[in-house]
Design a protein around this ligand. Structure first.
Ligand SMILES: NC(=O)C1=CN([C@@H]2O[C@H](COP(=O)(O)OP(=O)(O)OC[C@H]3O[C@@H](n4cnc5c(N)ncnc54)[C@H](OP(=O)(O)O)[C@@H]3O)[C@@H](O)[C@H]2O)C=CC1
Ligand SMILES: Cc1cn([C@H]2C[C@H](O)[C@@H](COP(=O)(O)OP(=O)(O)O[C@H]3O[C@@H](C)C(=O)[C@@H](O)[C@H]3O)O2)c(=O)[nH]c1=O
Ligand SMILES: [Mg+2]
Length: 291
């Protein structure tokens, strides 16, 4: 099976390139080969590669910057995935795409299910929601995995930022009123591969089985078990790294940013756990990652 993987230099894309190896021949493309802001190029690369599976972790992920670049964020996060889905349908291929907890307004303390009402509070979230809708409307077999607070030992992420700041400063002031579940990039990639292996087992040598995608496709929440705040996440990071740095809880109002962020961002991964098994607890995953 031929797999087209986008954004192979990103946090999740890097891990996917490894996790997807057992599944087929992975054609990994970066921005230089396929720029998602260039829709003609997206189309041309897919028609050239003719994959049976497209996996798309590439995205515009700069949450604050998106507030001042909405058109670009929407092109990359909504229009480009829409083109991928359209091309996937033409080829009879499957599209696996990633989305975010930021599609929700975050006004309710409980964990959000896939069927709960969306309502993004920032441009990034709105652009990701538009991407989900474009894919759903395309008629292509697809999987949309919504994850949250992704970190890892490479790329741009909260873990690496906080490790750097904790070494530079005596004190870190971190918001304690935004709730969510930090998720290791490797958890996202490995779980994706687990799901695809199950999908593959229901198919034939010719490819995936359309019936399986009818029944099991669509949106799944995929984030770590448990919950914390950015403050709690930072405490765990500093403690595990053994860095001598005070971590002080603050309110969001004391840390102004261009983009608003949801207050309660916990996702319930129940649908995924019932069908596909285990996802680790955030503290356990953080420990494994930092080892
Ligand atoms: N990071 C997070 O906290 C979360 C992420 N997600 C979602 O998960 C998915 C994976 O995110 P993650 O791996 O963390 O993101 P990263 O920011 O680590 O990686 C994004 C990747 O997309 C690429 N990219 C950006 N713009 C373009 C473009 N115009 N053309 C081609 N490639 C481009 C980047 O390339 P380059 O290096 O060249 O910029 C990079 O390889 C995304 O869909 C994201 O929305 C969901 C929840 C949380
Ligand atoms: C650096 C820093 C941040 N903060 C706050 C700002 C913000 O409210 C919160 C998180 O900061 P970040 O900017 O890293 O987080 P952010 O970029 O909003 O992270 C989001 O990224 C996108 C891509 C997603 O899809 C989301 O799931 C989520 O992971 O921490 C502090 O309170 N103190 C600090 O020293
Ligand atoms: Mg960020």
């Amino acid at each position: 099976m031929k797999i087209l993987l986008t954004g192979c230099g990103g946090q999740v894309g890097y891990e996917l390139e490894r996790s997807l190896q057992g599944l087929g021949e992975v054609v990994a493309v970066d921005r230089a080969r396929m720029d998602l802001s260039n829709l003609d190029q997206v189309r041309a690369v897919i028609r050239d590669v003719r994959p049976q599976l497209i996996v798309n972790p590439a995205a515009y992920t700069a949450v604050d910057k998106a507030e001042s670049e909405p058109a670009l964020a929407f092109r990359i996060n909504a229009e480009a995935p829409g083109v991928m889905a359209e091309e996937a349908r033409r080829l009879g291929a499957v599209l696996v795409h990633y989305s975010t907890d930021y599609v929700f307004p975050g006004t309710e303390p409980g964990a959000r299910a896939e069927t709960d009402a969306t309502g993004p509070v920032n441009v990034y979230g709105a652009s990701k929601l538009a991407g989900e809708r474009a894919i759903a409307a395309s008629g292509a077999a697809h999987l949309i995995l919504r994850t949250s607070w992704v970190y890892g030992m490479r790329g741009r992420n909260f873990l690496l930022t906080m490790l750097r700041l904790a070494r530079e400063r005596d004190e870190l002031r971190v918001v304690a009123d935004q709730h969510g579940a930090p998720t290791w990039s490797r958890t996202v990639a490995d779980t994706t591969a687990t799901i695809l292996a199950q999908a593959r087992a229901h198919g034939s040598s010719a490819g995936f089985d359309a019936g399986w995608w009818q029944e099991c496709g669509g949106i799944y929440h995929l984030s770590s078990q448990g919950r914390t705040t950015w403050f709690g996440f930072t405490q765990a990071i500093v403690e595990q790294a053994g860095i001598d740095c005070r971590v002080v809880p603050i309110a969001s109002a004391e840390y102004p940013t261009p983009a608003r962020r949801p207050q309660y961002s916990v996702l319930s991964s129940r649908r995924l756990l019932e069908r596909f098994g285990h996802v680790p607890d955030w503290q356990e995953a953080l420990r494994l990652c930092m080892q």
